[in-house]
Design a protein. Structure first.
Length: 238
């Protein structure tokens, strides 16, 4: 046999071996490649699920996991309708300016001390103010008793009662009961900003709307208990 013939036979043999290697069926290199492919697909799927979970956790979906910041619940500026009349601003109640905070609280407190409601106005006042308390200063069920008399003697309670009296007496037709309670709630949030941030977080986590009535009234009183401390200082004196 010539050398050229031997060379051709050798090449044919090697080519046959290559075909045999690819045709091993389910037990050779083809199987290994398929396995690696499916493993990669599985890894990608797991990573995608983890990414979707973390995105949902960060944005606070139906479970309400997102973080509530102070800017979301702290009212700012001059209150509509009554702010200019009384010469007060939400911005006046801040831990950064205790003197102005006390002055602002004093304006509202003075209304409580000097105004006496009667008849239908007193009944309306009682209905509204029984729904809110100053539980962070005193343990009373609300800032008033059922007869309309003061149930808590802290400055915050005086201010909340004073605002309620002022709005009922001077703007009773412009505000509904819930709107008056909401306005009082805004000031309570200003008095206790840190604890209400915590409370807003719990409300959000439980799927409860974060508004000033849910935050500050007795509707969800104590829902924030058990949360980590350090929620910020009280503004104004008890």
């Amino acid at each position: 046999m010539s050398k050229d013939q031997e060379k051709e036979d050798k090449e044919d043999h090697e080519e046959k071996d290559d075909h045999d290697e690819l045709d091993i069926g389910k037990s050779g290199k083809v199987q290994k490649s398929d396995t690696e492919f499916y493993v990669q697909i599985a890894i990608i799927a797991v990573l995608a699920l983890l990414l979707m979970y973390n995105i949902g956790k960060g944005t606070g979906g139906a479970g309400g996991i997102g973080t509530v910041s102070a800017s979301e619940i702290i009212p700012t500026g001059i209150p509509a309708v009554y702010g200019e009349e009384l010469g007060i601003s939400y911005d006046g109640v801040s831990a950064s300016n205790p003197q102005l905070a006390d002055q602002t609280i004093g304006v509202l407190s003075n209304v409580d001390r000097t105004v006496t409601l009667e008849g239908d106005e007193l009944q309306r006042y009682t209905t509204i103010l029984l729904k809110i308390s100053c539980e962070f200063c005193c343990g009373a069920n609300s800032v008033i008793f059922e007869n309309g008399q003061a149930a808590c003697g802290c400055a915050h309670s005086f201010a909340m009662r004073g605002l309620g009296k002022y709005l009922i007496q001077n703007h009773g037709d412009e505000f509904t009961d819930d709107e008056i309670l909401e306005e009082i709630g805004k000031w309570k949030v200003l008095f206790f900003p840190g604890i209400h941030e915590q409370k807003a977080q719990v409300l959000k986590e439980q799927g409860i709307e974060v508004n000033y009535i849910n935050l500050a009234s007795n509707a969800h009183r104590g829902i924030e208990k058990g949360q980590a401390s350090g929620g910020g200082e009280m503004v104004g004196g008890c």
